[in-house]
Design a protein around this ligand. Structure first.
Ligand code: NDP
Length: 285
């Protein structure tokens, strides 16, 4: 499987009208295995998952894995219509365009998703951006854009769904933070502050909702093989980044998706307020 690290799974899910069954598969080199059969009725009853920034990179892998695990999935994005349409055509997952840094846009967007596929049971706050620069040269715009998109979005999005989750006594909120929110990073005061804020948000919200069947967790990816990291020159990657990663490779988006599916499960109700690191051993906390 070129480009994939050993042990990475590809998952897929198809609905077979003839048999009225949804068939979920898992594939890895040399293997193609049916893992689950669900009826159309099961699908109609399935939990609804909303993935912000769910059309590209890590978010796209999360959307696909949740769908393969049997969720009804909606994916949001900011403005890359071409990527979103391609993702929709390939996966059949509906896509929605709004800016997660706007509270009002999130309110309207979530309302539309809920009208289309049902109340949100699982929210993945994944959308994020970087606008790097040394702090002594950082502009207010660089600061505000990164704080509002990576941290403000957690308020803007989660506030729309938390009351419904509390009323239904079930919910999963999973926030995609970053290794750089845990350890800091040169040139990323804005990003590190926002991602560290995501972890504080996770812990406080987990405490407030622990009795109500709602879990809130954060995942901190290390360097993941997405367009963002592929843009780094090969030489920089090989000389300066890979030597810092004990597993000696970038992470794959599917590895973050696997952690999300684990935390989203009904069976994961005892895991809340946690920060899961998926960084190839680069930073151990
Ligand atoms: P990508 O840049 O590949 O994808 C980002 C996604 O977020 C896109 O779908 C984008 O939409 C969407 N998005 C960006 N800004 C907004 C906004 N204002 N409103 C709505 N959607 C928005 O990012 P990655 O997949 O690399 O990263 C995903 C998350 O993981 C981010 O939170 C990132 O900080 C975090 N992370 C990534 C790491 C990595 O190595 N890649 C490492 C650690 C953390 P559109 O397609 O329209 O632009």
């Amino acid at each position: 499987m070129p480009g994939l690290a050993p042990g990475i799974f590809i998952s897929a899910s198809v609905f077979n009208n003839a048999s009225n069954l949804r068939l979920s598969f898992v594939k890895r080199p040399g293997q193609f295995r049916l893992i689950k059969k669900t009826t159309k009725e099961d699908y109609d009853m399935a939990r609804v998952a909303l993935v912000t920034g769910g059309t590209r990179g890590i978010g796209a892998a999360i959307s696909k894995s949740l769908k393969a695990a049997g969720y009804k999935v909606a994916a949001s994005y900011a403005g890359n219509d071409a990527a979103a349409e391609k993702f929709k055509a390939e996966t059949g997952i509906p896509v929605y365009k709004w800016d997660v840094s706007s509270f009002d846009a999130c309110a309207a967007g979530v309302k539309q998703v809920e009208a289309d596929i049902g109340p949100v049971d699982v929210l993945i706050n994944n959308a994020g951006i970087t606008k790097d620069g040394a702090f002594h040269k950082m502009t207010l715009d660089q600061w505000n854009a990164v704080i509002n998109t990576n941290l403000g979005s957690l308020f803007n999005m989660t506030r729309q769904v938390i009351e419904g989750m509390r009323a239904r006594k079930f919910g999963r909120v999973i926030n995609i933070s970053s290794i750089n929110g845990q350890k800091g990073q040169f040139g990323q005061v804005n990003y590190s502050a926002a991602k560290a804020g995501d972890i504080g948000f996770t812990k406080a919200l987990a405490l407030e909702n622990a009795k109500g069947g709602i879990t809130v967790n954060a995942i901190c990816p290390g360097y993941i093989n997405t367009e963002m990291v592929q843009a780094v020159p090969k030489e920089v990657l090989e000389k300066s980044i890979l030597p810092l990663i004990p597993v000696n490779r970038l992470g794959e988006p599917e590895e973050i998706a696997r952690a999300v599916v684990f935390l989203a499960a009904d069976e994961a109700g005892g895991i809340t307020g946690s920060t899961m690191t998926v960084n190839g051993g680069q930073y151990m906390v």
